[in-house]
Design a protein around this ligand. Structure first.
Ligand code: ACO
Length: 396
């Protein structure tokens, strides 16, 4: 008997039978691949909630550490920050083994930060798992240290890139403050800390995006969490995904003024190019996170004396919306995310790593949750090559 979702197929217990007649769209668009309690994303209404809490509420007093706890443990807390135990664990996991820091500092400082981060996570995996001989990595999922560790790694990448000595993380300092201190060399202004928390809260989880799915596929093979995270980071780096933020920043910083920005946009689209920061596989409407980030970008740009840059960004957004909305291509989170990371002192190449910190929270939460029901991923292929034929003379 053939099963479909509508006749009550239960993917945890039922087996699919041949012949398979279901085809799915490229990119598995429109396929439900997991059930989750971690987050709710409704592309038609633009609603996005973590464990039932709308992002608009989380953005009012943004606290990435409490949001990470919400995603990972489900605890909605009291609204006054995360629990002390969780925060302590998160913050102290930024302190990295010396050999991992040495490995990062042995790389060329000009190495793309995402490559250095990937190397750092791999090194950390060797270190952690050889120490406690825990091949399935269960203990590490339980300790949920990866968010803190990735933050610690990114800070070390920043120090090395800036050419300053490595500085150990202060276990009492917030994740946002520690990272901003690494970026600028001085303690963060409260407004900057709050803006970075806001960015991280909004970037923390977004359904089964490519990084989360890549990580889930590796997890379905029962690899340890560090392999899963390396797979997720690799997907996140791609320029269609988190890597797009680098292009967003480069395209913005290369513009001279609003008039030149408009000319560039029309030329780019006329030549068949893409505008980074526009388009999303889920949304046929503007990404709901943009409303929040646009407002934050206007305020921070004003405070930093970068109002002109904000005007250029706004010009590009309006002109691109005019050109692309009719094709259902709308502004996405990276558009103002890129401007905000720039205003906080990050260069374009570094920005994907800053997204990675946030996305680790949602990724570990979703992958951890999936371990209860996950089955080895094994989609099928539809053969469209030549019919069966004898081995010819032209064989290699
Ligand atoms: N600018 C101009 N045209 C675009 C854009 C864009 N940003 N995005 C899609 N299109 C056009 C394509 O050229 C294509 O046109 P065609 O049919 O005439 O060839 C059509 O829209 C469909 O493009 P696809 O890539 O098939 O659409 P998809 O929904 O798969 O694209 C994606 C999603 C990859 C995000 C795409 O919109 C894009 O490349 N955007 C720019 C990069 C970006 O901002 N990425 C981050 C997205 S947010 C996230 O994290 C997923």
């Amino acid at each position: 008997m053939l099963h479909t979702l509508s006749d009550g197929f239960d993917w945890r217990v039922d087996r699919l039978e041949w012949p398979i007649t279901t085809d799915v769209a490229p990119g598995l668009r429109g396929v439900i691949a997991a059930q989750t309690r971690v987050m709710w994303l409704d592309p038609s209404s633009g609603r996005l909630a973590y464990r039932g809490v709308p992002i608009e509420s989380l953005a009012e007093r943004p606290d990435f550490e409490a949001t990470a706890e919400l995603l990972i443990t489900g605890s909605a807390g009291t609204g006054d920050g995360g629990s002390t135990h969780f925060c302590d664990n998160l913050r102290s996991s930024r302190v990295l083994p010396t050999d991992v820091v040495d490995l990062l500092r042995g790389l060329d400082p000009a190495t793309h930060p995402t490559r250095a981060l990937r190397a750092g996570v791999s090194a950390l995996g060797c270190h952690e798992l050889s120490v406690d001989n825990d091949p399935a990595g269960v203990r590490h999922w339980r300790e949920l240290r990866i968010v803190g560790q990735v933050t610690g790694l990114v800070a070390q990448v920043v120090f090395h890139r800036r050419g300053v000595p490595a500085c150990a993380a202060d276990p009492h300092e917030s994740l946002a403050n520690g990272l901003l201190r690494a970026l600028t060399g001085s303690p963060a202004e409260p407004e900057d800390e709050s803006t970075l928390d806001l960015l991280w809260v909004l970037y923390a989880a977004h359904g089964i995006d490519a990084p989360t799915f890549a990580s889930m596929v590796v997890a379905s093979c029962l690899a340890d969490p560090y392999y899963n995270v390396v797979a997720g980071l690799s997907a996140l780096r791609g320029r269609r995904q988190g890597g797009a933020i680098q292009t967003v920043m480069e395209q913005l910083l290369a513009r001279e003024d609003p008039a030149e920005a408009r000319r560039w946009l029309h030329r780019t689209l006329a030549e068949g190019g893409r505008i980074a920061g526009f388009g999303h596989p889920d949304y046929r409407m503007p990404d709901p996170r943009v409303v929040i980030l646009r407002k934050a970008a206007a305020a921070l740009a004003r405070r930093k004396g970068e109002g002109d840059l904000y005007e250029v960004a706004r010009t590009i957004e309006i002109a691109a919306t005019r050109e692309l909305a009719a094709r259902d291509i709308h502004v996405n989170i990276n558009f103002y995310g890129g401007l905000l990371f720039h205003l906080l002192g990050a260069d374009p190449e570094l920005a994907p790593c800053l997204i990675a910190i946030a996305r680790m929270a949602g990724l570990v939460a979703l992958v951890h949750e999936s371990l209860d029901t996950i089955r080895l991923y094994r989609p099928l292929t539809r053969y469209v090559g030549p019919a069966e034929r004898p081995l010819g003379r032209d064989r290699p």
